[in-house]
Write a protein that binds this ligand. Structure first.
Ligand SMILES: NC(=O)c1ccc[n+]([C@@H]2O[C@H](COP(=O)([O-])OP(=O)(O)OC[C@H]3O[C@@H](n4cnc5c(N)ncnc54)[C@H](OP(=O)(O)O)[C@@H]3O)[C@@H](O)[C@H]2O)c1
Length: 254
C-alpha cells in the first residue's frame, strides 16, 4: 500500500492518550514523521519508541500547551528537528461538565486555558511553518485540524463552559479558514460525539455518574474511528478541503 503522507511532518497535541494517541498512530502508519505533544513524558516517549520501530520517525516533546512559550517551543522544535511542519492536529482538550450555578471556577479556568488558549497558542506558533509548507513543501498544501465536539454545535444544560470553548474553536476555525485557504493551508474542524477515552476521568464523581447514565445504553466510538476520519481529511488531494466533520456514535441521539 502506498503511504500517502510519506515525507510529511505532523504535530499532534494531546498525543499521550485517546484521540491524539490514535491519530499519531494513524498518521505515522501513512508515513508521516510525528511530533507527539503532551505533558505525560512517559506516555509520549513510549509511543515515540513504538512508532519509530514500526514506521519511521517520531519525536516526544513534553509540553503544557497552556503555557504560550512551551507551545511555541514545541512547534518550533518539531519543525527544526523533523525538518518541516505540514500537518497540525490541535487536539488537547478537557471536558469538565456540571451545572453553571456554583461550579468550581477552577474547572472553567482549566477549560478556557486548554481548549481555547492552548489551541490558539499552537495555531499561532504553527501558522508560519504551515504556510511555508503549503508554499514550498512537496505536497504544496498543508493542514490544521482543530478538534471541537458535538458540544461545539449545540449547547445543553450541564455543559455551558465546555460548550463555550468548543463553539469558540468552531468560530476561530472558520475565520482562519477564510483568511488563509487561498494559500493552500486547509482548516478542518472535527466534531466527535461520545468517544471512549480518558476524557471523562477528570469529571467530579457525581457528574461522572450522571454522564455515564446518559450514555449507558449507547455504544461509544473508538478513538481509532476519529483518527481514521482525521487521516482521511489530511490525505485528500490538494484541490479538496474537508472543512467540517460531525461524527457521532450511531446510537447517540443529541
Ligand atoms: N472523548 C470524547 O467523547 C470527545 C468528544 C468530543 C470531543 N472530544 C475532544 O477530543 C479531544 C481529545 O480528547 P480525548 O477524548 O482523546 O481525551 P483524553 O484521552 O483525556 O486526551 C486529552 C489529551 O490532552 C492532553 N492534555 C491535557 N492537558 C494538556 C496540556 N495542558 N498541555 C498539553 N496536552 C494536554 C492530555 O495529555 P497529558 O495529560 O499527558 O498532558 C491527553 O493526551 C479533546 O479536545 C476533547 O474535547 C472528545
Amino acid at each position: 500500500m502506498t503511504r500517502r503522507l510519506e515525507g510529511t511532518v505532523a504535530l499532534v497535541t494531546g498525543a499521550s492518550s485517546g484521540i491524539g494517541e490514535a491519530t499519531a498512530r494513524a498518521l505515522a502508519a501513512e508515513g508521516a514523521a510525528v511530533a507527539l505533544v503532551a505533558r505525560r513524558t512517559d506516555r509520549i516517549e513510549s509511543l515515540a519508541r513504538e512508532l519509530s520501530k514500526n514506521s519511521g520517525r517520531a519525536l516526544a516533546i513534553t509540553t503544557d500547551v497552556t503555557v504560550e512559550q512551551q507551545a511555541r517551543d514545541a512547534v518550533d522544535r518539531a519543525a527544526r528537528e523533523l525538518g518541516r511542519l505540514d500537518i497540525v492536529i490541535n487536539n488537547a482538550g478537557v471536558m469538565l461538565l456540571g451545572p453553571i450555578e456554583g461550579a468550581p471556577l477552577e474547572e472553567w479556568e482549566r477549560m478556557v486555558h486548554l481548549n481555547v488558549l492552548g489551541v490558539l497558542y499552537v495555531a499561532h506558533a504553527a501558522l508560519p511553518h504551515l504556510l511555508r509548507a503549503a508554499e514550498q513543501g512537496p505536497r504544496h498544501v498543508s493542514d490544521i485540524v482543530n478538534i471541537s465536539s458535538v458540544a461545539g454545535r449545540s449547547a445543553r444544560a450541564g455543559a455551558g463552559v465546555y460548550n463555550l470553548t468548543k463553539f469558540g474553536v468552531g468560530a476561530f476555525s472558520e475565520s482562519l479558514r477564510q483568511e488563509i485557504t487561498r494559500r493552500h493551508l486547509r482548516v478542518a474542524l472535527v466534531e466527535p460525539g461520545a468517544v471512549a477515552t480518558e476524557l471523562t476521568e477528570h469529571l467530579r464523581p457525581e457528574i461522572l455518574e450522571q454522564t455515564k447514565a446518559m450514555f449507558a445504553d449507547a455504544e461509544s466510538l473508538h478513538a481509532e474511528d476519529i483518527a481514521e476520519t482525521i487521516a482521511f481529511i489530511v490525505t485528500r488531494p490538494r484541490r479538496m478541503a474537508i472543512n467540517e466533520v460531525l461524527v457521532r456514535p450511531t446510537e447517540q441521539v443529541r
